[in-house]
Design a protein. Structure first.
Length: 140
């Protein structure tokens, strides 16, 4: 949500030709992106750990689900890191391909999609929860 606000402030600052506001919005946007990155890499092991705890309830005394969770979360973090590194290539490419303001609108749409997906899969507690389960019980 805050990232979308910062992108809209950056777009506004470009339209009114205010460099100080643009610089401030980008610095805050980078700080928020770092916080989002950190929370993503915190969520991944927590999700796999929660799923291993659910699996271990079915089996008596085996620590194999926890070992599997550690291996699977490491693999998921590797894939997530590679996708994030690809973003470092796509962002400058989008500025040149679409123009700065259009690229910012694309980023706003992407940030909104990420916010929705996180809410839908990890924090939704009531809306359609009986029909489509999520990981809100993991308290991530």
């Amino acid at each position: 949500m805050l990232m979308t606000v910062m992108v809209s402030v950056a777009i506004t600052s470009l339209n009114i030709h205010n460099f100080g506001l643009f610089l401030t919005s980008l610095i805050l946007l980078f700080i928020l992106a770092g916080l989002g990155n950190g929370s993503t890499f915190t969520m991944i092991p927590a999700i796999f750990n929660y799923q291993s705890l659910v699996k271990s309830r079915d089996k008596s005394g085996s620590n194999k689900p926890q070992i599997d969770a550690r291996i699977e979360s490491s693999a998921a973090m590797g894939i997530t890191s590679s996708i994030g590194a690809f973003g470092g290539f796509l962002i400058p490419l989008s500025y040149g391909s679409f123009g700065v303001i259009s690229a910012f609108y694309i980023f706003m749409a992407f940030y909104s999609l990420c916010l929705f997906m996180t809410w839908w899969h990890y924090t939704r507690k009531h809306f359609l929860i009986q029909r489509m389960k999520n990981l809100s019980a993991a308290k991530i």
